[in-house]
Design a protein around this ligand. Sequence first.
Ligand code: CA
Ligand code: CA
Ligand code: CA
Ligand code: CA
Length: 206
Amino acid sequence: LDYETVISHTVVVHATDGGTLKLTGTATVVINVLPANDNAPVFTDPNGSAIINETTPVGTNIYNATATDSDVGTGGKVSYYIISGNGPSNTTFYINPNQGVTYVWSVLDYDTPPQIYNLTLKAEDSGGLFDTMWLSITLTDENDEYPVFTQNTYNAAINEDVTVGTPVAQIVANDADSGVNGQVTYSIVSGDGQTSFEINPATGNF
Ligand SMILES: [Ca+2]
Ligand SMILES: [Ca+2]
Ligand SMILES: [Ca+2]
Ligand SMILES: [Ca+2]
């Protein structure tokens, strides 16, 4: 039987006697089919993906998952969950259980791994039947990190009679961004009125 196809069956029954001229009584049996939860939810798309910037604000909607369940009534009510891959505290992303809408739920950072989150989403009906899907979320880099010197002050001592080109100090600044966003260029901005010093823009050799 399938409630979703035929909701009610009407069957006619005869009772016939043994006389030479047979007589027949007739009855009707009406069988109503009750809905059972016999269909699991099915995700529309088993593999989803999103590419978002690391500075995407908390609360931004980044993906809409949908699953259908052909049961009627409570057996067809679907709830959505993230069951794995959701960051160390399990709160990097949030899915609305009623609508399948996925949001950024923690401050993201491309410069601290992971840069790709592989979530497993689950759509479950009221009877525990479920389906799962993959949702891959890729972060992209933004220039959101400043160069940071390894020291606030570098001290050097040098004789007054050294030749031009003598190394004085090694200056280092690190930038946690990737690619050109993390490439540091050095320059002297003040305090060298007589242009006695020079810094290598690429290496920080002073
Ligand atoms: Ca169902
Ligand atoms: Ca960052
Ligand atoms: Ca960055
Ligand atoms: Ca930077």
